[in-house]
Structures are given as C-alpha cells and as structure tokens.
Design a binder for this molecule. Structure first.
Ligand SMILES: [Zn+2]
Length: 280
C-alpha cells in the first residue's frame, strides 16, 4: 500500500483479500453478526494483498497503486483538486481500494465510511463519518476519483448528510441527493479549470457548455437553493467561490448573478437556502 504525499490518503490494492472476505461478510450479515461483519470490512479495507501467497499479486498491486497515484498527482495539479485534497481532515484516512468485478458492473465508484453505522435490516454502509473507503477502478478516470474525494472530504468532517431535491430536465424529473449535487458541481469546476468537457448534471450526463448548465440551474429552484445552502454552510463552496475566480464554470462564484436572473420580474427580493421554512 502507498501513502499519497502528505495527504491523508492511502492507496491499497486488496482485491483478492476482498474476494475472500466478501462471502464471509455476507454470511455474518445473514446470521445477524453485524459487529463482526463491520470489523471484517474494516480489516479487509486496510489490509494489502501483498500479505497473500508470498506476494504473488505484486504486479497487479504495483500497477493499480502506481496508476491511482498518478491520477492523484493529476488532481493535485488542478487548483480545484488541490483544494479538495488539502481540506480532507488530517485526523482521518481515505483508503482507495480496487473494485471487484461485481462492483464494476455499475460503471461507478463508491465512497463510504470505514467504520460505517450499522443500519438495522439493511446492507447499506453509507452512514457515518471519519475514515473513508473509496472503491475505484482507474478506467473511470481522474474526474470520477475527484468526485469521490469530495464525498470523502465531507465524511472526514462529519458533514456528509444527503437531502433529497427534485431536479427537472425537459419532462424528466429526478430526485437527487444534495451530496451528489455538490460533488457534481465541484467536478464540473475541476473539469472547467482544465478546459475539459462539462456534463449537465449528476443524473443527466449530456456534454454541454457553461451557459446550458446555468440555464438548467435557472430552471430548477431546488438547485439554486442548494447552491445557496452550500455557500452558507460548506467551506469548500465558499473557498471555490472566492479563490477559483478565473475558472470559466463556477456556479458558487456566479451565484449572485444566477439568483438575480431568477428573481428578476418577480416580487421576490431573495431566494431562501434549501431547507428553510418560509415564515407564515
Ligand atoms: Zn457521488
């Protein structure tokens, strides 16, 4: 396993350890031994495959860990990337581990707490805080890894708290998590900083330009209120607004203009932040 620079990040190839543990975790889950299941998950996530069979998997280990560290260096070379890396709580550790073939089926990565809170009657492991585990495969690219690091950052400060909002594109309406909304906005800022293509939304992946995304946000009051919520309560959003001033796409920096455009011609003087109950 490799520590990445001075950041609280460890890249750990443990694919074969995972494959051996997974069925035991399932078994422990089925027999209601949830504490033991969690302990096995923690041990598995933090154990390297180099301990197996006299380091038989050395080549796979080196390949994964070298590639992921290269991606992390690429992220560090981007101002938005460096910002997120630098803000992850140093009291915690982010473990980046490979995906199993089963996990790869979703073509997505996943971030969750290492010591997750056990949910009665559910296999869900997304609640908790502190150390995190990112299940990642390099084929997904540095933009996806950056997105997951935003989640890890929020967990590391005990701030990961998904709320549901309704977003609409055309006639399609989707409920989305505010955590995914934040990670997606940061991802677009990261991409814009590098002059790479932007995607409309976390659920709708069409490649569009900045104005098309701003138009989408202007048609979704929940999105505007969520931007406002993060600007007020999330240091990362405030810092992005005030320091990433030359980035073309930056809805946190441009929030004032977006809000002014939205309320123009209405009787409103301001928009509430998400979750505010308006007075009687
Ligand atoms: Zn995500």
């Amino acid at each position: 396993m490799r520590k990445f620079g001075a950041y609280p990040i460890t890249v750990n190839f443990n694919l074969h350890t995972q494959l051996r543990s997974n069925y035991k975790e399932d078994e422990l889950y089925r027999s209601g031994r949830r504490e033991e299941e969690r302990q096995l998950f923690i041990t598995t996530s933090t154990t390297s495959d180099s301990a197996l069979e006299n380091n038989l998997w050395k080549q796979e280990i080196d390949q994964f860990e070298t590639t992921v560290c290269q991606m992390l260096r690429k992220i560090e070379g981007n101002p938005a990337g460096r910002m997120v890396l630098g803000l992850i709580s140093k009291q915690t550790m982010v473990w980046i581990i490979p995906e199993t073939d089963e996990m790869k089926k979703c073509s997505c990565a996943q971030t969750g707490p290492l010591k997750y809170e056990i949910q009665k009657g559910s296999v869900a492991r997304g609640v908790g805080s502190g150390d995190t585990v990112i299940e990642f495969t390099p084929e997904l690219g540095d933009d996806t890894l950056f997105h997951e690091l935003v989640h890890a950052y929020r967990y590391s400060h005990k701030k990961f708290n998904p709320m549901l909002i309704d977003l609409r594109s055309g006639s399609d309406v989707q409920q989305q998590s505010t955590e995914e909304f934040l990670a997606h906005q940061m991802e677009n800022i990261y991409m814009s900083q590098a002059n790479r293509p932007l995607q409309l939304d976390y659920k709708w992946h069409s490649v569009v330009n900045k104005q098309e995304i701003y138009d989408f946000l202007l048609h979704n009051v929940d999105a505007l209120e969520t931007l406002k919520y993060f600007l007020r309560h999330e240091y990362l959003a405030m810092l992005a607004a005030h320091t990433l001033t030359t980035t073309d796409y930056n809805p946190f920096r441009d929030y004032g203009e977006l809000e002014a455009t939205y309320i123009k011609g209405t009787s409103w003087t301001t928009l509430p932040e998400l979750g505010t109950v308006l007075g009687s």
